[in-house]
Ligand binder design. Structure first.
Ligand SMILES: [Zn+2]
Length: 277
């Protein structure tokens, strides 16, 4: 098995149950021995210094929404409104055509039925024109990145959007990273050119664009609440709108959604580079 040296620096998790005859406990204690630990800390510190420089060079621009044809790639049924829900509501006011594709199905047949019904209600409320479900296994999308890329490529050709919305590759959820990598694959397969708007769910990203969603914050709140089975377990609505309040501080409005916006070529490059770290 090939071992990525970067993985030795940044991960406590082994990629499989056997590597060079070393068992899991031995491997974790090896990673925590003083010399290896110093190397890992040095690597992490160097990465943080680079990120610090990057974030300070990336100004956040408050941008108005323009009427477009949009494809939203959502890993799970609810990410479409938790992430860019306010911006999508503003798009609908302007008459933008919005298609949403959900990559993962539910965790069980019953969960799948419930979440699909919730996603239909939320899509109707938001005014999304078209909704697609790809039904890849939730929690295991990383095993299906080429398949996700191929299905997204079909949709890109069919819908021919001006803009694509998707999670950022460094989002702290494996399915969200897989969705971003699936988009990168689809862009490569189709040669689509346009802007990719990366939204944030489980990790704040380094934004270069913010959208003032103050006028539609109640629309976003209600759309998230329509995913009743999800908000019952975790306070997604408060969490998402709290993040929007925080993002707004940098651009002096009451509520804002933050994005990393890149053209297709830049998005493919940054996604592939960050996925190797
Ligand atoms: Zn999700």
């Amino acid at each position: 098995m090939d071992v990525n040296p970067a993985w030795l620096l940044f991960s406590d998790v082994r990629p499989s149950s056997s590597w060079s005859g070393v068992n899991n406990v031995e491997f974790v204690s090896l990673l925590n021995t003083p010399p290896i630990r110093r190397i890992r800390e040095f690597g992490a510190l160097r990465l943080l210094r680079r990120l610090h420089r990057v974030t300070h060079r990336l100004p956040v621009q408050l941008r108005p929404v323009e009427r477009k044809r949009i494809l939203v790639v959502a890993p799970h049924m609810d990410d479409d409104v938790i992430g860019p829900g306010g911006t999508l509501a503003l798009h609908r006011r302007l008459g933008s055509e919005i298609s949403v594709v959900f990559c993962a199905g539910g965790a069980s047949p019953e969960d799948d039925r419930t979440r699909k019904e919730e996603s239909r209600q939320a899509a109707a409320y938001m005014g999304f024109e078209r909704v697609e479900w790809l039904d890849f296994p939730t929690g295991a999308m990383a095993l299906h990145e080429p398949g996700i890329g191929a299905r997204l490529a079909e949709l890109l050709r069919d819908i021919a959007p001006d803009q694509v919305f998707c999670p950022f590759v460094s989002d702290h959820h494996r399915d969200h990273t897989a969705a971003a990598m699936g988009v990168a694959e689809a862009l490569t397969l189709t040669g689509w050119s346009g802007d990719v708007w990366c939204y944030e769910i489980w990790s704040p990203l380094w934004p270069n664009v913010a959208v003032d969603i103050t006028d539609v914050v109640d629309v976003k709140r209600h759309a998230i609440d329509l995913y009743a089975s999800q908000v019952k377990g975790l306070h997604y609505t408060d969490g998402a709108l709290g993040l929007n309040r925080y993002r707004a501080l940098r651009v002096y409005v009451p509520y804002a959604e933050a994005f990393y916006v890149a053209n297709a070529a830049q998005f493919v490059k940054i996604s592939r580079q960050m996925n190797t770290v």
